[in-house]
Design a binder for this molecule. Sequence first.
Ligand code: G3H
Ligand code: 13P
Ligand code: ZN
Length: 321
Amino acid sequence: MPLTHTRELFAKALKGKYALGAFNVNNMELLQAIVEACEEEKAPVMLQISKGARSYANPVYLKKLIEAAISVTNVPIAVHLDHGDSFELCKECIDEGFTSVMIDASHEPFEKNVEVCRKVVDYAHKHDCVVEGELGHLVGAQFDEGEEGGRYSTEGHYTHPEEAVKFVKESGVDSLAVAIGNSHGAYKFKGEQHLDLDRLKSIKKALMDAGMGDYPLVLHGASSVPADLVEQINENGGGMGTDTAGVPEADIEVARRVGCTKVNIDTDLRLAMTAAIRKVFKQNPKEFDPRKYLAPARTQVKELVRHKVRDVLCCAGHAFD
Ligand code: G3H
Ligand code: 13P
Ligand code: ZN
């Protein structure tokens, strides 16, 4: 099956009311784990590549690995640039055949963010590629004093519904990554903090009311940081803090129902892989054959992806809709 366009995956996900998992790929084992799980669960999938992944693995290796995955896998696969930080990087990926790119100029003032996105959109749309923009800052609730224990941003970090409408209209982006208290990594919240799901609903409604239809929203920082994986890491020589915290899966479910069409997951894959490798080394310190620790790591990532697509994102079974 050839690469499937992100546009097509989004349209079907919106219609079917499920979310697409956008899983980060950095090496062969992660890629195999993701596509094998999705194939077994008949789930469409987005593979996303960051700038860091490109410099770690080399864009050509990643391209060839993904080509291999596509040739041996029978589910729809789209390829996306995660957190593109310049027009040049987005252009490179568009020219390489990525089906979507993210241009992340969210650190810029509103007008500059629009301008940078517009430039990428103009190029992408001429080359059959769609674009994700971001409005707001993924500082995470823990770094935002806000009100009520940091739930609401008073610093203006979170995405404002009316600004989202203006941003989408002016930039022309095809999907929007929102800031609603989400952040990357394994330490997302402290205390009772959680995602501002009411704000997510307001953003979706504002876009709908402005005539943009069922507009696709993107949730970054959607790892749930499973306690059992953190425990497995720590029981096997790791030193992750006691303050790890992810997005509860119940909140991801709400986000999916509200209309987050693309849900980004990287940290959980890293935790699953690291936990499995640590366990092998703890149980057999003499082991030095990489296949002996990478194979269980791949299996553990695969089971995690299976769980996400089946039980959380509900995209399992939708590969051939
Ligand atoms: O958003 C960040 C992703 O987890 C990618 O991380 O830039 O370390 O590859 P990275
Ligand atoms: P996590 O760190 O929560 O996995 O988020 C990944 C992400 O948003 C990639 O863009
Ligand atoms: Zn992200």
